[in-house]
Design a protein around this ligand. Structure first.
Ligand code: ADP
Ligand code: GN1
Ligand code: MG
Length: 355
């Protein structure tokens, strides 16, 4: 890592570099220097992102675009250059590394702690989409093709099931049935995207609460981070993935499923913040927001279960059945959303009218 750090222009001499955060994909480190400067050093996961250079082009363009609209410099992530003037470095194995300014005086939450936190995350993601409304979406690289193409996720699930390389399918029959029973409805958003009924937007596509920074004092939205999956997408993806994670009453890997529900209060709070910040959605886009919540949750569960069947090759795990536990919480949430469906659609309709 020393060889990587040396490539970047730093303020001061490095004094420590420790693993940081709870991401499932990249390797993230907090780098400190003797002048008390803090940086976030990240190595991109090359297995997940086949075109890291294209990905960095996206991140460079999007952060510059947002920086031009920012009132506080912390509203846009800032990449630090190498001595050669590039905005990323490579190590001896060809891995791509980047160095962000640490967003100072900020907090990043794994779950909402105060009533306004989830609202502020909705403002952050809604503002992000709004600020990028005039960004030329066609110039972005598709960093993970078919990322939120749910039918494609089903195809990969079926392939993993067929191969069953770890011999795990036998023990997860109820989960497999849960997934297959919902296959018919899983393509609804994809169909509306392909037919052009829903407009393509620049979306973040990984709108977990822990991809938002809030100001540590005011707890107001500062910026969204983890821009690796910024690609053309649907508004319902960003709304839906936020609900999946932040309106859940338990952690994504909770083992006690009785704790896991989708909070209608949190759902309503997020919807209010998102519709306030993300103006200009079409009527059909607003109507499909609840569907986004359900399908992003189902899709994420399918991805966790697929990874479990494939031997935990994609998401970082910290215990043997971690991906299975994660899949189960997602399916519990989907069931709860199915029960609360009428309320979910009514909330979006009511808040849309009030705007
Ligand atoms: P992953 O793709 O693995 O989720 P992230 O980019 O989300 O990686 O980073 C992981 C964690 O590191 C975040 O949840 C956040 O806590 C922290 N983090 C990332 N970038 C910054 C930053 N610029 N300033 C402060 N903290 C950050
Ligand atoms: C991953 O990188 P991170 O931890 O923010 C994943 C998301 C999943 C999420 C589930 C590039 O997000 O798609 O929804 O885990 N990111 C990628 O927690 O696959
Ligand atoms: Mg993240």
């Amino acid at each position: 890592m020393d060889n990587v750090i040396k490539q970047f222009v730093l303020e001061g001499e490095p004094v420590s570099c420790e693993p940081y955060g709870c991401g499932h994909i990249n390797r993230t480190y907090l780098l400190r220097t003797d002048t008390d400067r803090r940086y976030i050093l990240q190595m991109l996961n090359g297995a997940v992102f086949p075109d890291p250079e294209g990905l960095m082009e996206n991140v460079i363009a999007v952060t510059a675009f947002i920086a031009r609209q920012a009132e506080d410099p912390r509203e846009a992530l800032r990449l630090n250059p190498t001595h050669d003037g590039a905005l990323y470095a490579k190590d001896g194995e060809g891995n791509v590394w980047r160095l962000y300014d640490y967003v100072e005086n900020s907090i990043c939450l794994q779950a909402p702690e105060q009533p306004g936190d989830f609202y502020q995350s909705a403002v952050a993601f809604g503002t992000f989409q709004n600020r990028l409304a005039s960004f030329p979406a066609g110039t972005l690289h598709e960093t993970i093709p078919n990322f939120h193409n749910t039918p494609d996720r089903y195809r990969k699930f079926r392939a993993a099931l067929e191969a069953d390389v770890c011999g795990r399918a036998g023990q997860v029959q109820p989960e497999i049935r849960f997934v297959l029973n919902r296959e018919e409805q899983a393509g609804a958003l994809q169909q509306m995207r392909q037919s052009g009924q829903l407009p393509t937007r620049v979306t973040h596509n990984d709108t977990k609460l822990n991809n938002v920074m809030l100001d540590a004092v005011t707890r107001k939205a500062l910026c969204v981070i983890d821009l690796d999956t910024v690609m053309p997408g649907l508004a319902a993806y960003d709304f839906g993935d936020s609900i999946r994670f932040g309106a859940a009453t338990a952690a994504e890997d909770e083992k006690d499923l009785s704790k896991m529900q989708m909070s209608l209060d949190a759902y309503e709070t997020f919807t209010r913040g998102f519709l306030t910040a993300c103006t200009g959605l079409t009527e059909l886009e607003r109507q499909t927001l609840p569907l986004g919540a359900k399908l992003m949750t189902l899709e994420c569960g399918v991805r966790f279960l697929t990874d479990y069947l494939e031997g935990d090759v994609y998401f970082s795990i910290h215990r043997p059945e971690h991906n299975l536990d994660r899949a189960r919480t997602q399916f519990k949430l989907v069931e709860d959303m199915e029960r609360k469906w009428d309320e979910m659609t009514a909330i979006v309709a009511r808040l849309s009218e009030q705007r």
